[in-house]
Design a protein around this ligand. Structure first.
Ligand code: IPE
Length: 251
């Protein structure tokens, strides 16, 4: 059983205060993940878990300062290092919290091992992640800045990593822990979204042309996965890790 879990930057950090970890949320998330990674049933060796986290007030702040997005690149090595170093600081805090909670977490930094090339193709350190899982570790990747052929370096979001790794590892379940309890329709959590049509009906507008990110883009990407994906908040995290279906099921 392979599970990929994204911990949103808005869950782990205080979005309005630069480089501020939300310590209590991080501890809650780390406790739930550590429990899932070490429970007896299924045995830890049959229970592969990959964690990916976003940028929150660490990555986005520096990316905006240097005008770097998923499509606007930079060739300024200082800008690349500033964004990457901030993400490494957050990753260090996440790995440390997981370790404190008893989870065998190891950091994986995309800048050093991933890149975009050709027609927007993304290469991730899949073999390294698989080897770590094979040895019983929990790899912890993060949104980052990565080298992008012909553009210098661009932002690689945690959501993109989740979708690409979900396919590459043939994941059984994908979870996205966000600041909201699921896809919302007039404040109510929608139980299931199965198609782009459903997304448009619920979120309005054309999901197919939403390039600004946000929930519609997230749902669209998750729909492309073979595995079921769930969007939930911190409240729903233990249930997701127990194999239940909190929040909104995508696909
Ligand atoms: C962003 O990752 C990474 C950087 C800005 C370097 P995400 O886009 O996945 O982050 P969140 O979860 O939305 O904060």
């Amino acid at each position: 059983m392979t599970t990929i879990l994204k911990l949103g930057g808005s869950v782990l950090t205080e979005k309005d205060r630069p480089e501020t970890v939300d310590e209590s949320n991080l501890r809650r998330a780390a406790t739930a993940v550590a429990r899932a990674a070490t429970v007896a049933e299924p045995a830890p060796e049959e229970n592969d878990l990959v964690v990916v986290h976003g940028g929150g007030s660490f990555g986005h702040h520096h990316a905006a300062e240097h005008g770097v997005t998923t499509t606007d690149g930079t060739r300024d090595p200082g800008a690349v290092r500033a964004i990457h170093d901030a993400m490494k600081r957050l990753n260090g805090a996440v790995v440390a919290a997981l370790a404190d909670a008893g989870c065998p977490a190891l950091p994986v930094h995309p800048l050093s091992a991933a890149h975009r090339h050709g027609e927007g193709e993304l290469t991730l350190p899949v073999a390294v992640v698989q080897s770590m899982l094979g040895e019983g570790f929990v790899p912890v990747l993060h949104g980052d800045v990565v080298v992008h052929e012909d553009l210098g370096a661009t932002i690689l979001s945690g959501d993109e990593i989740v979708v690409a790794l979900g396919s590459a590892l043939d994941a059984d379940r994908v979870g996205v822990c966000s600041a909201v309890p699921g896809v919302l329709d007039d404040g109510d959590v929608v139980a299931r979204v199965e198609s782009l049509g459903d997304v448009e009906a619920v979120l309005g507008g054309s999901a197919a042309t939403d390039v600004t990110g946000g929930m519609a883009a997230k749902v669209r990407e998750l729909l492309a996965l073979n595995a079921p994906a769930y969007i939930f908040d911190l409240e729903g995290l233990p249930a997701f890790l127990d194999g239940e279906e909190p929040g909104t099921r995508i696909g």
